[in-house]
Design a protein around this ligand. Structure first.
Ligand code: SIN
Length: 376
């Protein structure tokens, strides 16, 4: 049986698959369901300083991508119970009793909020790591911080020099980048700070999905603009994981998220360099049992390929140096478009039948008997 063990920020996880912050992560019941599954860790909903309801409904929809697994668009607007809930004794001990590491995600509406939440969370025993979400695209009037490099730099500077910083590893959730100079710029900022992991990536922000039948946007908030997730974003997630695993300091782990619906999807992200893989959209549609299924599929795939651990293939994506395959050699008779039967084409059979018919016709016409034939 292949092992799915890994480490993220030095924290040992029995399974490299766990949940993304977002769907089904807002309450202790939802978090316990994740903890009871095979998920390697439990990650909270991104918390704000105070409890908030988020954006108006409908704010999450799935929509198909051909026959493949669905994509999703959301503009949840960080509905959550507030930081004090996610770091409360009730939640921390419920997850601790399941022997799962608990990661807490923070997404403050201001730097001051982030610093306040950080100092509260850093003090709580039973929280393994803190994930700072710099990439929520769904707060009306607020830009995505991970796209504003100066602000990202300033926030990381303030967070990592704050007196409360240091007792727990810090991870940063990034927005998806699309251009090489942006990957480089983001990496050069991240490399300056004592962060332990990054998560690539949050949804592709400000996408628009149209309901043609009703001639309206699919979701309500922000005039329909929301974060695109699920199957649509997997190639972007793969690219971001690949780029950051090559550009970041070696001691910064990369966690992949985006369009993971199967063991093969998880395998691909690990091949690109991910030390662990989070699941968002599929967790929403399938529930916590998706962690069991995806882990099992990954394990089966690894066994089939002869891998015993994820380190045996992690980051080892090959470039495509293959020469185009030579066209298969097809026997001539099968390639002449006439069909074949044991090397004799249908045309040959037709020719023989015609000859016999002509011979019979001529024999009748000239009254040739079998005696005449024998006399020949
Ligand atoms: C949301 O609550 O709007 C989604 C969280 C995120 O995109 O960071």
């Amino acid at each position: 049986m292949a092992s799915l063990k890994t480490t993220v920020a030095g924290i040992a996880l029995d399974c490299c698959i766990y949940n993304a912050s977002g769907p089904r992560t807002g309450t202790v019941n939802a978090l316990v369901k994740i903890g009871e599954s095979r998920s390697g860790a439990v990650l909270s909903k991104s918390a704000t300083l105070l409890c908030q309801d988020g954006n108006p409904l409908p704010r999450y929809k799935e929509f198909p991508l051909g026959d493949a697994c669905p994509g999703s668009i959301n503009s949840e607007g960080l509905p959550n119970q507030g930081i004090d809930y996610y770091i409360s004794e009730e939640v921390v001990s419920a997850i601790g009793s399941l022997a799962k590491h608990y990661f807490v995600s923070l997404s403050g509406l201001s730097l001051a909020d982030n610093l306040e939440m950080l100092s509260r969370a850093m003090k709580v025993q039973g929280i393994a790591a803190i994930e700072l979400n710099l990439a929520c695209p769904n707060i009306p009037g607020k830009p995505t911080m991970a796209y504003d490099f100066e602000q990202m730099d300033a926030v990381l500077q303030a967070v990592t020099t704050h007196p409360s910083f240091g007792s727990k590893p810090l991870g940063v959730k990034l927005a998806p980048y699309f251009d090489v100079p942006h990957f480089q710029r983001a990496a050069s900022i991240l490399n300056k700070y004592p962060i332990k992991y990054v998560v690539c990536t949050n949804t592709i922000g400000n996408a628009l999905v149209v309901d043609a039948e009703n001639e309206q946007a699919l979701i309500k908030p922000k005039a329909g603009f929301g974060g695109l997730g699920g199957a649509y974003v997997k190639p972007i997630a793969l690219a971001n994981v690949r780029q950051f695993s090559q550009l970041l300091r070696e001691d910064i782990d990369v966690v992949g998220v985006g369009g993971v619906a199967s063991g093969t999807d998880a395998f691909e992200l690990i091949l690109c360099g991910a030390k662990a893989v989070q699941v968002g959209t599929k967790h929403w549609s399938e529930g916590a049992s998706c962690f069991n299924r995806i882990s099992e599929e990954l394990s089966v795939l690894m066994t089939k390929k002869g891998y015993k651990s994820i380190e045996e293939f992690r980051g080892k994506l090959k470039e495509n140096f293959c020469r185009p395959k030579a066209a298969p050699v097809v026997p001539k008779a099968a390639n002449d478009g006439q069909g074949s039967a044991g090397g004799i084409s249908a045309l040959h059979v037709l020719q023989i039948v015609l000859c016999i018919l002509v011979a019979v016709f001529l024999a009748r016409e000239f009254k040739v008997t079998s005696k005449d034939v024998a006399a020949l």
